[in-house]
Design a protein around this ligand. Structure first.
Ligand SMILES: Cc1cc2nc3c(=O)[nH]c(=O)nc-3n(C[C@H](O)[C@H](O)[C@H](O)COP(=O)(O)OP(=O)(O)OC[C@H]3O[C@@H](n4cnc5c(N)ncnc54)[C@H](O)[C@@H]3O)c2cc1C
Length: 491
């Protein structure tokens, strides 16, 4: 078997992996990025990027992620930051331009890239992960590395290397419901905006208990291209009663993108998925694809402004919100987020709400959080040497991952682990022995926010847009009838 050698090896090139690889290479490490698809960026190439800010509208994710936004915005390929009372902020991105930029930045940094290459096994010598085995068109290769970073989203390196991981809710092991996202075009924007302003249709259910906030949001709609939709429950209910829509989702969930006639639809759904079982994944795909024509019919016939919509794009991969979570030196909890805990070894931040797409039932369960920090210990795999992780598979509980999983926060984690890995190599130390003070100094130089320059709440935006209370009443949908049918469950 052919053997390759690298200092830092990153598996998976989604939001977390691409940033980890760029950060590692920029910090001087010989870096190899392994990706099973034929492009860089993973899920972040189809979705808007949510949660750069906290609920006080302060920017908690900066560094390389901010650099991406600025570069895209300069060329008209993103909306720039758009504030939102529930999601703090969002950036609508042209996914094609993001794929091109990701490739350019990785190459400029000197990252060696292996595409269409699947990590199939982990090499472990006693208590150290020393590399992986990959398969591609060339055949089977072994890659030795001083530090391996698992950004596969599924904790594949950890699982194959006998490193402890957890999955799903503690009560029943179920993970958040997955969604195959798709985009529609040819929306009649002004008719659609009128529907959003019609209070009877309740386009933004979160804001209904707060009429002042809702009004502020609605007043902005004429002038804003990019905004979130999470409601229209009566339209969904009507289509269900008419027998034309049979999916386990009771709300329209989507985002009006920065391009005038484009809407991203986040409504396909299946329950009971095992994200690391190929039969379960394949069944999910087949059932979810058949939901897309139903949802298109629903939009054309029930949602004002959507009469002539066209199917524009289907995401390149099923959106699996939650999979294996690698157990690290510290497991981040929901309390850490709601209390806004500050850790001594903080390396990045988040402020996005705990956003659980219910594993059973429909719609989402949410808890607002304070600006929180993520400790380096949650990005280092426990009881083993040489393995770090970033993105969807970090060391956090089912609840905490529901916040840390959004794209900017994954990028922040990626930048942190890439920097630490490179510093470990440069100083000939293990990742646990790198001075946290020096890591923080370096991240500070890179423009990363970990609390040092957060400042006061952004009162200008708070006054302009309003703010949801930290504690909100629970949403319904846990025992929804629409989700009881057997066909919506993968057994
Ligand atoms: C339906 C859905 C909607 C969402 N909506 C939003 C949103 O609007 N905004 C937002 O900010 N966040 C959103 N999120 C969350 C966010 O998109 C993801 O959590 C985030 O993109 C995860 O990034 P990641 O890098 O950890 O994983 P991924 O983007 O999944 O990247 C993992 C990469 O690893 C590769 N890979 C996997 N296994 C292997 C292997 N064995 N060998 C080689 N390569 C491998 C994959 O091909 C992929 O490119 C959503 C998530 C879902 C599922």
């Amino acid at each position: 078997m052919y053997t390759l050698q690298t200092d830092v090896l990153v598996v998976g090139s989604g939001a977390a992996g691409i940033t980890a690889a760029i950060s590692s290479a920029r910090n001087g490490a010989n870096t190899l990025l392994v990706e099973s698809s034929g492009f860089l960026g993973g899920l972040s190439t189809i979705l808007p990027w949510l949660g750069f800010h906290d609920r006080d509208y302060r920017q908690v994710v900066k560094g390389i992620a901010h650099e991406y936004v600025m570069k895209l915005h300069k060329n008209g390929d993103s909306s720039g930051y758009v504030y939102d009372p529930k999601c703090s902020s969002l950036v609508s991105v042209n996914g094609h331009s993001w794929k091109i930029l990701a490739m350019q930045l990785a190459q400029d940094a000197g990252v060696k890239i292996m595409l269409h290459t699947y990590m199939v096994d982990t090499v472990r010598e006693n208590d150290r992960i020393t590399g992986i085995i990959v398969e591609n068109k060339t055949g089977r290769q072994k890659i030795n590395a001083k530090v391996v970073i698992d950004c596969s989203g599924d904790g594949d390196v950890a699982a194959r290397g006998n490193v402890k991981w957890e999955k799903g809710r503690t009560s029943d092991g179920l993970v958040q419901a997955p969604t195959l996202v798709f985009r529609i075009g040819n929306l009649n924007r002004s008719k659609f905006v009128d529907a959003c302003k019609n209070n009877a249709l309740n386009y933004r259910e979160w804001l209904k208990p707060y009429p002042e906030l809702l009004e502020k949001m609605q007043n902005k709609l004429d002038s804003s291209e990019t905004f979130i939709i999470g409601g229209f429950a009566s339209l969904v209910e009507k289509a269900r009663e008419d027998g034309v829509l049979d999916i386990p989702q009771t709300r329209v969930v989507g985002v009006k993108l920065h391009l005038e006639d484009k809407l991203l639809i986040v409504m396909t759904r299946i329950l009971g998925l095992n994200p690391v079982d190929v039969e379960s994944i394949s069944t999910a795909y087949s059932r979810i694809y058949s939901q897309i024509p139903q949802i298109m019919y629903f939009f054309k016939h029930y949602v004002p402004g959507c009469e002539n919509i066209l199917l524009d794009e289907i995401a390149p991969m099923l959106g699996i919100r939650e999979s294996r979570r690698i157990v690290g030196d510290y497991i981040l909890t929901a309390d850490d987020l709601t209390e806004g805990r500050v850790f001594n070894d903080t390396v990045c931040m988040g402020g996005y709400h705990i956003d659980i797409h219910r594993p059973s039932g429909s719609w989402v369960e949410s808890k607002n959080v304070k600006a929180y920090t993520i400790p380096l210990r949650s990005l280092i795999a426990a009881n083993v040497e040489g393995l770090m992780m970033a993105g969807k598979c970090i060391s956090a509980t089912h609840e905490a991952i529901a916040s840390t999983r959004v794209i900017p926060i994954c990028m922040g984690q990626g930048e942190a682990v890439g920097t630490v890995a490179a510093m470990a190599i440069k100083n000939k130390k293990s990742i646990r022995d790198v001075s946290i003070k020096k890591v923080q100094e370096q991240l500070n130089k890179q423009g990363v926010e970990f609390g040092q320059s957060l400042g006061a709440p952004n009162y200008k935006i708070i006054n302009e847009l309003g703010q949801l209370p930290l504690v909100e009443p629970p949403t319904d949908g846990e025992k929804d009838e629409a989700t009881s049918a057997n066909k919506h469950w993968i057994k």
